[in-house]
Design a protein around this ligand. Structure first.
Ligand code: ADP
Ligand code: MG
Length: 219
């Protein structure tokens, strides 16, 4: 699914080069459930952005589902991302004035798919939100908002789910509920990669990749 080969990523701040990833080689097979851990600033989000085709490596090769996407154009990367990958973020990123159903329908609006509303409702039901379809984000708890975000990420049935600190804004009980949803998705065959700096969250996953200063120090 994911094959990073000697991947480095350097950010340029004025004239200063910031090495965010240094020679990282990681392979993740289809069906895996992986945590990326490490201290703040260790390169976790950068790794997720490269893996999710949101960003390109500065050097090295990234093969996603067999294709060398490190040389893809912006448009090609966007197409891969929209069709094959679902993202979940710490801050949910929901539209505040839209209902849960409308938020989850959003990824379908650009794809001319049928039964948009039915698919959105099915996705919300699968994360336990059947009773919150018409609620807006401000009318839901943090845990429920993150469930809406997960429903939005899975509504197109992506091959890969990438989550960046998905429980970071939640109390531990809501966080456990979110991890159960990821476990269930993985059990049904979706590849799941979760970035977290919390050991208790990482322990839900079947494999832990640890980063330090942009390098893998444990796998
Ligand atoms: P983590 O998610 O583990 O906290 P990041 O991948 O966000 O780490 O960041 C790794 C390093 O790269 C940090 O030193 C961070 O300051 C730097 N960095 C991340 N994104 C950018 C950016 N867009 N521009 C410049 N530096 C960045
Ligand atoms: Mg981060």
């Amino acid at each position: 699914m994911i094959e990073l080969v000697h991947v480095s990523k350097t950010y340029l701040m004025g004239k200063v080069e910031i090495p965010a990833l240094s020679d990282v080689s990681v392979t993740i097979e289809e069906g895996e459930f992986v945590a990326i851990t490490g201290a703040s600033g260790s390169g976790k989000s950068t790794l997720l952005h490269v893996a999710g085709c949101l960003d390109r490596p500065t050097s090295g090769t990234y093969r996603f589902r067999g294709r060398d996407v490190s040389r893809f154009s912006d448009g090609e990367l966007t197409r891969v991302r929209n069709k094959e990958i679902g993202f979940v973020f710490q801050a949910f990123h929901l539209l505040w004035n839209e209902t849960a159903v409308r938020n989850v329908m959003l990824p379908l609006l650009y794809s001319g798919s049928n039964n948009k509303k039915e698919r959105a409702i099915a996705a919300l039901e699968s994360v336990g939100l059947k009773h919150r379809l018409s609620h807006k984000p401000g009318e839901m708890s943090g845990g429920e908002q993150q469930r809406v975000a997960i429903a939005r990420a899975i509504v197109k049935e992506p091959h890969l789910i990438l989550a960046d600190e998905p429980t970071g804004n939640l109390d531990s009980e809501s966080g456990q509920g979110i991890m159960k949803i990821f476990e269930e998705l993985n059990r049904k065959g979706t590849t799941v990669v979760i970035v977290t700096h919390e050991q208790v969250v990482a322990e839900h996953c079947r494999r832990i990749v640890r980063l330090r200063d942009g390098q893998t120090v444990e796998d």
